[in-house]
Ligand binder design. Sequence first.
Ligand SMILES: NC(=O)C1=CN([C@@H]2O[C@H](COP(=O)(O)OP(=O)(O)OC[C@H]3O[C@@H](n4cnc5c(N)ncnc54)[C@H](OP(=O)(O)O)[C@@H]3O)[C@@H](O)[C@H]2O)C=CC1
Ligand SMILES: CC(C)(CO)C(=O)C(=O)O
Length: 330
Amino acid sequence: MKICVYGAGAIGGHIAARLAKGGAETSVVARGPHLSAIRASGLTVVAHDGTLHSRPRATDNPAELGPQDAVIVTVKAPALPSVAAAIAPLLGSETAVAFVMNGIPWWYFDGTAKAGRRLPELDPGDALRAAIGVGRTIGGVVYSAASVTEPGVIHAIAPDSRVVLGELDGAMTPRLKALCDTIAAGGIGAPAVPDIRNAVWAKLLGNLMTGPLCVLSRSCMEDTLASPAVRETAIRMAREVMAIAAALGCPIAGDAPEARIGRSSKLRHKPSILQDLEAGRAMEIDALFAAPLTLAREAGVAVPMLETMTALATRAAIAAGLYTPKGVAA
Ligand SMILES: NC(=O)C1=CN([C@@H]2O[C@H](COP(=O)(O)OP(=O)(O)OC[C@H]3O[C@@H](n4cnc5c(N)ncnc54)[C@H](OP(=O)(O)O)[C@@H]3O)[C@@H](O)[C@H]2O)C=CC1
Ligand SMILES: CC(C)(CO)C(=O)C(=O)O
């Protein structure tokens, strides 16, 4: 398959490395010093199962790459309008576009009975909807703990990295299977699921139970969760996320919050939203904090711990000049 990873940072770079390893015709859209390094020396990913080195075609100009079988979008949410503005040359009549990101996605209601509903802050001006369209779109989440440690070099430390993909209407289509198989050929899990919104909420659980706390502590998950009181707070936040997800018909299966927090507290990973704060990059407040709480309020689910912690973390983002409230999170 001919696949372009759009925004080959920590997550996209790791996925691109897996695609290349699995034999896909891989290209990346990147920019700045990271792009220069990939062009000069290739992409290096230090992963739990060894170091992957590949030389994908790399550019900041999608027109150089032309139409793809699939595009995997892995930018941070605030960069999505720039993707909408530039993605056209990558799209042929059959190109699928998978969004592999954290948070409530722009397409959340598409493929459901509430298909007309929008969360405008996630796709301002319907730019993605117009440029890409719902028909091309595949939903995705990723389990990973990755960072760009120097231009061209990514450390992906989680031993169980996986990409979960699903069609918006739950169909098990050939294009979905082909994309999952191609990613899996590179040595990471890539299950296709019939209930991608459940996967979105299951992943959000991880982001919401540690993200706000780590933003406040400015520390990695292990250090943040070292205190029993903080761990207890994280467990209460996890229970609140589970309550929202259940109320929305997307129950989160799997381990109890205690076990999840136990695993997180062993990771010396700074959540990507903290990486953004430290690097002075626009933060994914709308997708990770504001939109889930909007949905909680609409569903009538009380989430006092999440309200407090996300409000404080949002305030830190505003104070750092890395987030401008659009109404819902103010
Ligand atoms: N890092 C992690 O461990 C995890 C992250 N996630 C999620 O995955 C998604 C991606 O995160 P992550 O990989 O950490 O983010 P990164 O910032 O590491 O990667 C995004 C990359 O996209 C580039 N980019 C943005 N806009 C453009 C553009 N218009 N043209 C070219 N390149 C562009 C960025 O460049 P620049 O740096 O110049 O802005 C950056 O290199 C997010 O939704 C995140 O929440 C999910 C699980 C774990
Ligand atoms: C914290 C983690 C690894 C999982 O919740 C994540 O998704 C992130 O770094 O953004």
